[in-house]
Design a protein around this ligand. Sequence first.
Ligand code: ADP
Ligand code: TRP
Length: 332
Amino acid sequence: METVVSGIRSTGNLHLGNYFGALKNFLRMQNEHNCYFFIADLHSLTTHPHPADLHKSVRNVLVEYLAAGLDPEKCTLYIQSDVPEISELYLILNMNAYKGELERVPSFKEKVRSQPNNVNAGLLTYPVLMTADIIIHKATKVPVGKDQEAHLEMARNLGNRFNNMYEVDFFPEPYAFNFGEQLVKVPGLDGKGKMSKSSGEHTAIFLTDDEATITKKMKRAVTDMSPTEANAPKPESIQNLFDLMQLVSSKETIAHFESTWKECSIRYGDMKMQIAKDMNSYIAPIRQRIKEVDADTEFIAKAVKIGEEKARASAAKTVREAKEIIGFRKFY
Ligand code: ADP
Ligand code: TRP
């Protein structure tokens, strides 16, 4: 059994891309590994959210993850800011993180371009905080996508730097993890790119969307011209419909539409309505559970309390030992 850590950004509602690309892996991992999943609310301060918005989005994410099946008894589910030891380790790690290497991280360069008026030190040291998140539990596996590879490299570097500096073998190296399977890419409804909050509400299906909303969005999903010759290769927007169908529909349904494509008798309207129907059946129980969890303030409170306790126990041990190694020793 390995130790797994993953941070969840606390922005917006979850869409099917988040569900099939990330959350489903978490659900599987919690049964097989020692998992720490947390909501990265400290990281979100890099954009200075209003206090009410910050609290609301953390609660939203928490509700949706609990509703989708993360089980506080099986994994350690917590809120980053509830574990002050993370901030302490972050401060310590900052002493050995260099401006040059931090400035070269692609996500930082991207922020400098996209928000030149808010290039704060938190953005520069984002990968140091992420390192603290991971190595504080001595995790070896981090379920994240390709875009986080540079951050993981920083986590390995900073952990190794600590080990070398103090001649210890204290922090193990963390690596990206996805069960060795190909990463799922859920397409957006705009016929290009992946499903994402940032490309617009209408291009993503959210776990909270009701049947009418799903149907409306699917109706508007972009499709190309109908095929004119048998067995033609599929253009991207049509492949996208088949990819979406693959996630929620039965084998028989998929086979039926595959054969109508081959025979050029496919009707995109029918296919879209079939996908909408199957998406709705898939989402309905989660949507219902989101409503239940959202109303159950006591359950939420209990879940975060257990998470906080478990995460702090693990984090405090690491920080205590790291401080001893550094030379912070008690006089009493
Ligand atoms: P968004 O693109 O909507 O801002 P995030 O970047 O916050 O989503 O992604 C959160 C998690 O969900 C990440 O692990 C990411 O890899 C995964 N994810 C997001 N969109 C998709 C998608 N369309 N297909 C597969 N995985 C996705
Ligand atoms: N940077 C990650 C993202 O953008 C979120 C994150 C913060 C994270 N801390 C982490 C992911 C620790 C894994 C481990 O998605």
